[in-house]
Design a protein around this ligand. Structure first.
Ligand SMILES: *Cc1c(COP(=O)(O)O)cnc(C)c1O
Length: 365
């Protein structure tokens, strides 16, 4: 082995394209409407704010490393055994832990064409190979996933609904996928937007986790709970997977503020209901108004919409992004997700939604 002149990252690290978060600034003097990261326009529950304020008097103490009270609160609300819940510093951390726990170099993880980019990053970070499969009409295609399974496949990552498309597959399809997967392949159901979905044929995956040994469902406090900055997520897992992840995670991976905010937020069901009702109303309105402008909008069940701009340079997504940003409406470029000519817009306050529609109307003139 030849000695390097400086420490070198392990193989694969420098192939990772670092995650680029949504922009969060408007030009000086312009009011910012941040619609770039699917945050809750109503903010966090007042109870969560109080809980974090109260914590300021005891910040010297380490948190409960097992996050017991938080897992109990989650278990109570969702009807789950807290022993099967693992909490994390955002659900991103859980996704990384799963990759670190179940992938070794040379293994394969299947991700979908427009799937959440974090899956690819963590797969590569584990030294494994991301295998990307086609979607159909910007929607997960179960047959394409199954066709990509090899004897090296160890994980299938599936966001349902997916970000940035907002599309979902009915639970029958998830069941069909699971039934055809080898038993040693882990199916990760990322249900970050589950609370927003209003469809009778949708399920987040709780029952499938409960009745099988190779499915994990991940959830987040970053979206409907409005706690993106606090960083809190969780997974519902079979006991053997919770056991493995509890060995891999940091001893205090969930901080005290996240524990207190999470307990208060998950118990405030009226804030969740208000947030979901707001989204239902403005998702429909925004989709309709953008469509009336002649824009193609992918039908979404989440708290965001994917807006496709006309072919040609005049009214491209890049130009629309500049136009909107100059007016304080900060949306998300999604070229890295395979949509070079689209923007993702988080459903915002009434003001923000009306403002984007009015600005795009001018832009398209
Ligand atoms: C926002 C989002 C998450 C949540 O990430 P956190 O780390 O919990 O903030 C997970 N998956 C998808 C698909 C998302 O869009």
């Amino acid at each position: 082995m030849s000695a390097s002149l400086r420490p070198e990252p392990k193989p694969g690290v420098m192939d990772i394209a670092a995650y680029v978060p949504g922009k969060s600034a408007a030009p000086a003097g312009v009011k910012l409407h941040k619609l770039s990261s699917n945050e809750n326009p109503l903010g966090a529950s007042p109870a969560a704010k109080e809980a974090v304020k109260a914590l300021t008097e005891k910040m010297e103490f380490y948190p409960d490393g097992a996050a017991t009270k938080l897992r109990e609160a989650i278990g109570e609300v969702h009807g789950l055994n807290p022993a099967n819940i693992v909490c994390s510093n955002g659900s991103d951390e859980i996704l990384g832990l799963l990759a670190q726990t179940y992938l070794t170099p040379g293994d394969e993880a299947i991700i979908t064409e427009h799937g959440f980019l974090v899956y690819k990053i963590y797969t590569q970070a584990a030294g494994a190979v991301p295998v990307t499969v086609r979607e159909k009409d910007a929607t997960t295609d179960v047959d394409a996933i199954l066709a990509a399974v090899t004897d090296r496949t160890r994980i299938v990552f599936l966001a349902n609904p997916n970000n940035p498309t907002g599309t979902y597959i009915p639970f029958d399809e998830v069941r069909r996928l699971h039934a055809a997967l080898p038993k040693n392949v882990l199916l990760v159901l990322d249900a970050a937007y589950a609370e927003f979905v209003r469809r009778n044929d949708y399920e987040s995956g709780i029952e499938l986790v409960s009745s099988t040994e190779n499915v994990v469902m991940t959830r987040t406090f970053s979206k409907v709970y409005g706690l993106g900055g606090i960083r809190l997520g969780w997974a519902y897992c079979p006991a053997h997977i919770a056991d493995a992840m509890n060995r891999m995670r940091g001893p205090f991976n969930v901080n005290a503020a996240a524990i207190e905010a999470g307990i208060a937020a998950i118990r405030d069901r009226s804030h969740v209901e208000r947030s979901v009702a707001h989204n239902e109303q403005w998702l429909a309105w925004t989709t309709e108004e953008l469509t009336k402008l002649g824009l193609n909008v992918t039908p979404s069940v989440g708290n965001f919409v994917l807006i496709h701009f006309p072919a040609g340079d005049a009214h491209s997504a890049a130009k629309a992004d500049d136009y909107l940003t100059a007016r304080g409406y900060v949306l998300r470029r999604v070229a890295a997700y395979g949509f070079p000519n689209a923007l993702r817009m988080t459903i915002g306050t009434e003001d923000a939604n009306r403002g984007v529609v009015a600005a795009l109307k001018d832009f398209l003139k």
